[in-house]
Ligand binder design. Structure first.
Ligand SMILES: NC(=O)C[C@H](N)C(=O)O
Length: 161
């Protein structure tokens, strides 16, 4: 059983006019799963819908409470890319003894060119094989929470080395 927690970001088709406002979206994570005709058991719940630049530590605390309160040991978190590494670090440090994978997209989930379905598929597959810890699944790679940063110029996640 996989529990999916959604938090907003480009992957949910949300566009941000500036840090304050978000546009509405007609796409949800369920839509990608439905279109892919997936056949694994999952539950899904929206924790908040934010540009990740607006996510606070109180939001992260709420997210952690949702991870703790489910019986599921495999957690997928959909998240904006800007502060994905910060949330991964926040969660990773807590050593929750669950496999937790964060994923997002660089191109709007509502766009035909979106990387969202590929990224989701890659993240969900990885989630089923990774040992308990917190990870980021982006650009077709898995990054451990304590060795990842986003390169804003290339739009790629990288290991710190
Ligand atoms: N690609 C993204 O997800 C950027 C987005 N605006 C965010 O919430 O970080």
């Amino acid at each position: 059983m996989i529990h999916i927690l959604t938090t907003g970001g480009t992957i949910e088709g949300l566009d941000y006019i500036d840090d304050g406002g978000i546009t509405s979206s007609n796409v949800g994570i369920e839509d990608f799963l439905y279109k892919a005709n997936v056949d694994f058991e999952y539950t899904i719940s929206s924790v908040f819908k934010k540009d990740s630049r607006a996510i606070t530590d109180d939001d992260r605390k709420l997210l952690v409470s949702k991870i703790k309160e489910t019986n599921a040991t495999k957690i997928l978190i959909t998240h904006g890319t800007f502060t994905m590494e910060d949330t991964a670090k926040y969660i990773g440090k807590l050593n929750l003894n669950k496999t937790i994978v964060l994923v997002g997209s660089f191109i709007l989930g509502s766009s035909v060119d979106t990387d969202a379905p590929f990224n989701l598929g890659y993240a969900i597959s990885s989630l089923q094989f990774l040992k308990p810890d917190a990870y980021i699944a982006m650009n077709g790679q898995i990054f451990n929470w304590n060795n990842v940063s986003k390169n804003l110029e290339t739009n790629k996640f990288e290991r710190n080395e």
